[in-house]
Design a protein around this ligand. Structure first.
Ligand SMILES: Cc1cc2nc3c(=O)[nH]c(=O)nc-3n(C[C@H](O)[C@H](O)[C@H](O)COP(=O)(O)OP(=O)(O)OC[C@H]3O[C@@H](n4cnc5c(N)ncnc54)[C@H](O)[C@@H]3O)c2cc1C
Length: 440
């Protein structure tokens, strides 16, 4: 299952040295007392109210967590589902895209949450996962992106639609295959994994070609496949997988994006090595840079930086180096997703983009998980006039998304508690009251 550890809603604090691009908007927001909560729908606000209530004390939260597996799905869906999940079918995911667009978030990174929890057997056949992922590109990302472009004044102000591919969800016995990808005994398995990913990337490439004919002035891809990063013992297999896909699909344009976890001590070396290989073989790199989600389950802790501060420095350095590379005369990096809930990192990236040219700006996208860091997403858009923001949207069968929801509840619970449950609940209540007053 997805194991994305996440930071959540913290109150807005005054910005650092970064100067807001749209101070008037910011002023209006502050003087009207509006918060990011005002940009959510009423059911989403009520969902946050429920989460606030569930996390008022440690014992309340523990009770909710232990009862959650027994809660009927209809109740879960009624209360908190839409805060974190895009839906259980493609029509619902399209609606989620529309809802996000109303908040000014023009695109999504879709993730079908069916995979092998233990890296062995997926809960539905892999062929079905491949097929549904392909459908999510053609039936959701393509029409949604085209709709956003048709409404935009500038076709390059709409970020691409992404489809996230989790390598452990795209082949049975994925962990063994990825760990032993260089061993001849596992070669057939690796080739099958590559072929499954290739079937999805081919749809991405075909859709990009079709849309490029319609919108020749576009400088970023319309849609892209993103390979998610896994536990570090599987990562060298994943690096090979993403490299094989870059080599096949990224000649002169971006269709595939790989992920590097910047909490790994070797990450800057990986970025440099991949750049050498890309230059040698003449393909472009697309990167999603994350800090890394597996710090608590990593069997060999020494592969990760010893301190959070070192990870932070390395993350920001990786983002700065990628943007510098993209801005150079002969770039090897063609696209970058800054996937983080860290406000400082997002503001630093935004500051660098204010100085970059239009082609680079269209190819750097800031991403957060649906239902997480909504205040940061809101601040980036409204205070710094950022357009290139997307949300990572999990979708899929209710049983699997329920497990995903439980982890979001635990993580959001921690964050709500550390921000004190009552003040958060009061903010939600005030936003609901403002809404009622406005309607009456
Ligand atoms: C759109 C999106 C896509 C993602 N995709 C992936 C993915 O494919 N694979 C993946 O692994 N993760 C993924 N993540 C999760 C990501 O790796 C982080 O776990 C999560 O975003 C929290 O980090 P942060 O940058 O948001 O913020 P922060 O809260 O500032 O950073 C927390 C992170 O810092 C690091 N850290 C914390 N304490 C220490 C310490 N003592 N020493 C060293 N490092 C420390 C850990 O990585 C921790 O997760 C994704 C996140 C987003 C938003």
């Amino acid at each position: 299952m997805l194991r994305l550890k996440a930071l959540v809603s913290r109150p807005l604090r005054p910005g650092p040295a970064l100067r807001p691009r749209a101070p008037l908007v910011a002023h209006r927001l502050q003087s009207s007392g509006k918060s990011y909560l005002d940009s959510l729908t009423t059911p989403e606000l009520l969902g946050y109210g429920v989460i606030g209530l569930a996390t008022l004390s440690k014992s309340t939260l523990n009770t909710v967590i232990s009862l959650f597996p027994y809660a009927p799905l209809w109740l879960v869906k009624l209360l908190v589902y839409r805060n974190y999940c895009g839906g259980d079918n493609l029509a619902q995911v399209l609606q989620t895209g529309d809802r996000l667009a109303q908040r000014g978030i023009q695109n999504m990174m879709l993730s079908l949450t069916i995979e092998a929890c233990d890296g062995t057997q997926t809960s539905v056949p892999v062929s079905q996962i491949v097929e549904q992922t392909q459908q999510s590109i053609s039936q959701v990302l393509v029409p949604h992106t085209a709709k956003m472009i048709s409404k935009a004044a500038d076709i390059n102000s709409v970020p691409p639609g992404y489809v996230a591919l989790k390598p452990t969800g795209l082949i049975d016995d994925a962990a063994e295959i990825l760990r032993n990808h260089n061993n001849a005994k596992y070669d057939a398995g690796y080739q099958q994994l590559l072929s499954n990913c290739r079937d999805i990337c081919r749809v991405v490439a075909q859709e990009n070609e079709k849309l490029a004919k319609q919108y020749p002035g576009r400088t970023a891809p319309f849609v892209a496949a993103v390979i998610d990063a896994e536990r570090s013992d599987l990562q060298h297999g994943v690096y090979r997988l993403q490299r094989d896909l870059f080599r096949e699909f990224n000649h002169g344009k971006i269709n595939v994006i790989g992920t590097v976890q910047m909490y790994l001590q070797e990450s800057s070396h990986i970025l440099a090595e991949e750049e050498k290989l890309a230059r040698k073989d003449g393909y472009l790199l697309g990167w999603k840079l994350v800090r890394g989600a597996y710090i608590h389950s990593e069997p060999d802790r020494t592969v990760i930086f010893a301190t959070k501060q070192e990870t932070d420095q390395n993350y920001d350095a990786g983002i700065a180096a990628s943007i510098a590379n993209m801005s150079s005369e002969k770039p090897a990096v063609g696209h970058l997703v800054v996937a983080s809930h860290n406000r400082e990192s997002q503001l630093k990236a935004t500051q660098l983009l204010q100085k970059a040219d239009a082609r680079v700006r269209a190819n750097v996208v800031l991403g957060q998980l649906l239902g997480m860091a909504d205040n940061i997403t809101f601040e980036l858009m409204n205070r710094y006039d950022v357009k290139n923001v997307i949300k990572y949207v999990p979708w899929g069968p209710p049983k699997e998304t329920k497990e995903y929801l439980l982890r979001r509840l635990e993580e959001n619970g921690d964050a709500v508690r550390s921000d004190n449950g009552w003040p958060f609940l009061k903010q939600v209540a005030k936003a609901l009251f403002r809404r009622l007053r406005h309607q009456s």
